[in-house]
Design a protein around this ligand. Structure first.
Ligand SMILES: Nc1ncnc2c1ncn2[C@@H]1O[C@H](COP(=O)(O)OP(=O)(O)OP(=O)(O)O)[C@@H](O)[C@H]1O
Ligand SMILES: [Mg+2]
Length: 263
């Protein structure tokens, strides 16, 4: 497990980050902190900026203005893949696995940030650190699939492969963008529970966008509501009422509809 460089400070400080595209403000300036071991759900209607925010947290896109400070360091000036790999790992809605490769190789892709180019190439022929992949697949509940071609797996099984890849990456933060959007309710519950257990057991921070209110309530500690790129609310999960959530989704199109915690 990663110990964390600063140890005690917040894992994230977002300092007035914003992102615009020619036609739309994807995220208006946003400042907030996320503490270590929090499990934050990001909710909001389609187009409200959830993916944009997660991509900035992961350093996939840079904010137009402001800074993302992670573990005391400016995300934008983080040069090495290795440094970033130890900090943030991501699961996407569309499984970003390589379908024609085996499950084993897809899981070991979580180690690429740590390996030299040479070792990465060798691993394609002679898989490196295989024991890490075996252990991660066992935890993810699909160790029997290790040699299968990934394209043969069901959606839920592929998401477990993505989770095993996160396990071998062992980053301090897990980001998940609608990780269960294409799964049935039972599979969704299993997958979110698994991600939550991984985060909880090894003291990781979890930030995920989700549309399922029951899953948010069952597995997260804090809820950030976004609407049209603006922060609508930021509350402990225990204070998020059904009314607040209904309003967040129902008010789409109403220009006065930005929620405040008091509304
Ligand atoms: N690369 C891009 N170019 C232009 N506009 C973009 C781009 N990426 C996002 N946007 C716009 O920014 C806004 C926020 O998009 P984002 O993907 O963050 O929303 P979201 O909350 O994740 O939506 P969904 O629930 O549908 O995934 C949307 O209006 C979207 O059209
Ligand atoms: Mg999205």
């Amino acid at each position: 497990m990663n110990a964390g460089r600063n140890g005690h400070g917040p894992i994230y400080c977002l300092e007035g980050i914003s992102k615009s595209y020619p036609d739309v403000v994807a995220l208006a300036p946003l400042s907030l902190e996320i503490r270590r071991e929090e499990r934050v759900a990001i909710v909001g209607p389609s187009g409200s900026g959830k993916t944009t925010l997660l991509h900035m947290l992961g350093g996939v896109i840079q904010p137009d203005q402001g800074r993302v400070v992670i573990d005391g360091r400016n995300m934008a000036s983080m040069a090495s893949g290795r440094e970033k790999a130890g900090l943030v790992g991501m699961i996407h809605q569309q499984f970003d696995l390589v379908p024609r490769l085996s499950v084993l190789h897809n899981v070991l892709a979580g180690r690429l940030g740590y390996w030299s180019l040479w070792r990465s190439l060798i691993s394609l022929i002679s898989p490196q650190e295989r024991h890490l992949a075996t252990e991660a697949l066992r935890k993810a509940g699909i160790e029997d699939k290790i040699s299968q071609r990934t394209s043969r797996l069901s959606g839920g099984e592929q998401q477990r492969v993505a989770i095993a890849r996160l396990l071998v990456q062992d980053s301090q933060v897990i980001l998940a963008d609608e990780p269960v959007a294409s799964l049935d309710p039972t599979r969704s519950e299993d997958i979110v529970r698994l991600i939550r257990e991984i985060a909880e057991e090894s003291g990781k921070t979890l930030v995920a966008s989700l549309h399922s209110v029951p899953l948010v309530r069952a597995h997260f500690t804090r809820v950030i509501g976004l609407r049209k790129g603006t922060l609508a609310f930021d509350l402990p999960v225990t204070q998020v009422t059904d009314d607040i959530l209904t309003e967040l989704y129902d008010l789409e199109g109403n220009r006065d509809g930005v929620l405040s915690p008091a509304s």
